[in-house]
Design a protein around this ligand. Sequence first.
Ligand code: IYR
Length: 229
Amino acid sequence: MQDQKHIPLRFDRLSEQNMRQAADEVFNRFNARRTVRHFSTDALPLDVVRKCIEAAGTAPSGAHKQPWHFCLVTDPAIKKQIREAAENEEYENYHGRMNDAWLDDLRPFGTDHIKPHLEEAPALIVVFRQSWTPDEEAASGKSQHYYVQESVGIASGMLLAALHECGIATLTHTPSPMGFLAEILDRPPHEKAYLLIPIGYPAEGCQVPDIQRKSWEELATVYGPKTTR
Ligand code: IYR
């Protein structure tokens, strides 16, 4: 028995012609997204960023627990602190913690432990995952969360897509370990950093690696007729 109130679904069914047009358009827009590592210092309209965070917050989540929290950092002093702490961790990664195969895999991308973008980008979004939330009514004092990694991964993907759709470039950065982020941003104990996303406009003359995406055959396997009917 369901005890949550239910309401009629609002859903606009498209014509197949409009579906095809929408599919082409969304593919072309998503395919134009590139991870950017060189940012202009130009400021962003923060109302746009805020709306994108709200769009990410519409993601599905286990038992609708919404196990995420987004920190938007524009304060230059905090960005500097984050850069210094991230570079300390990354120095260890590039000088011993990552094995040779990993370093070889990264060579084409030209990354190293120096992270100027953490200060140059006008804003950083730090995505936190909440493994539980305080709940005074629960015997344990905690509300349990479910499928936290999956839920926060989906919300983060939606955030990247929303920012891209709004003309904002992103870098998905995962300094590891990321404990320093909760410390610097003074987050509560039930929150753990999940992703650090510098955002902004690409720097003048920004270049990106010449990468290829998987072919359809590598990307997907169809079980059944090749068309849906
Ligand atoms: N976190 C490091 C290393 C790094 C790892 C992967 I996997 C990348 O795709 C890119 C970088 C860094 O940010 O430099």
